[in-house]
Ligand binder design. Structure first.
Ligand SMILES: *Cc1c(COP(=O)(O)O)cnc(C)c1O
Length: 217
C-alpha cells in the first residue's frame, strides 16, 4: 500500500471519528526496511519516521538527515540506559519510557545535554509479563515521579496483546491519559490504526502497510 493510500485511510477514519485529521500524526516505521524503500517515502515528502533500535537508527538516519530537512525521528523500541545518551541526541521523541531507572537516567542526561526529547510513558495495558511498560496500577505514581524529575512527558503509549481486541486497550490508554491530563496518545499500527483513531490516537505507528512486509533477517 502506498503512503497516499494510508493518508486517505487516516482522513476517512478521522471523519468517522468526528476528529480533525491535523490532530493525528503518522509515524512511518522504517525499522529493518531497505534504504531505497525509505528514500522513496522521503521523496514523497513524508518527514516523520520511527525506528526500534538506537544502533540501527544511528547507522542510517544521519545520512538521510543530511539530505532531507526537518526530519522528525521517533524511538519506538525498548531503550537500555547505556544507550540513553545516544538516543537523546538522535531522536526527537521517545515512546518507550517504561521504568524508574530509565526516568532517572534521562533526567540526569537532560541536565547534562540541556535538552530532552518529548517522552511517552509506555503502559503495559494487557499486563503481559514478557512485555515492557508500566502496569496500569503503577502509572499514577510513575507519572508523578517523571513530573518531579522535570521530564517532558507528553502522553502514553501502548502495544496491545496480539490476541486481544485492541479497542479495549486503546480505550483504557485514553482513559488513563485523561486522568493524568496528558494530551498525546501513541497507539495503532498497520492492522489497527483506524480503531486507534476512533479511540483518540494522536500518533499512529505504521510500518508494513506503508513499506511492505519487513524483510526477515
Ligand atoms: C514495528 C512496530 C510498529 C509498526 O508495526 P506494523 O505492524 O509494521 O505497522 C509500531 N510500533 C512498534 C512499537 C513497533 O515495534
Amino acid at each position: 500500500m502506498s503512503l497516499s493510500e494510508i493518508l486517505d485511510r487516516i482522513e476517512e477514519a478521522a471523519d468517522r471519528a468526528g476528529r480533525n485529521v491535523n490532530g493525528i500524526r503518522l509515524i512511518a516505521v522504517s525499522k529493518v526496511q531497505p534504504n531505497e524503500r525509505v528514500a522513496a517515502v522521503l521523496a514523497e515528502g513524508h518527514k516523520v519516521f520511527g525506528e526500534n533500535r538506537v544502533q540501527e537508527a544511528a547507522g542510517k538516519w544521519p545520512d538521510f538527515k543530511s539530505r532531507y530537512e526537518d526530519i522528525e525521528l521517533h524511538l519506538l523500541g525498548p531503550l537500555q540506559t547505556n544507550k540513553a545518551r545516544q538516543a537523546m541526541e538522535l531522536f526527537d521523541v521517545i515512546h518507550t519510557l517504561d521504568r524508574p531507572k530509565l526516568a532517572n537516567r534521562l533526567a540526569t542526561l537532560r541536565g547534562e545535554l540541556g535538552h530532552c526529547p518529548d517522552l511517552f510513558i509506555q503502559v503495559n495495558t494487557g499486563k503481559e509479563p514478557q512485555k515492557a511498560g508500566i502496569m496500569p496500577e503503577d502509572l499514577e505514581a510513575f507519572a508523578k515521579q517523571c513530573r518531579d524529575l522535570g521530564l517532558p512527558v507528553i502522553g502514553l503509549m501502548c502495544l496491545p496483546p496480539v490476541d486481544e481486541e485492541p479497542t479495549l486497550h486503546f480505550a483504557l490508554l485514553a482513559k488513563l491519559a485523561k486522568e493524568l491530563d496528558l494530551p498525546e496518545l501513541s497507539m495503532g499500527m498497520s492492522g489497527d490504526f483506524e480503531k486507534a483513531i476512533m479511540q483518540g490516537a494522536t500518533q499512529i505507528r505504521v510500518g508494513s502497510a506503508i513499506f511492505g512486509e519487513r524483510p526477515s533477517h
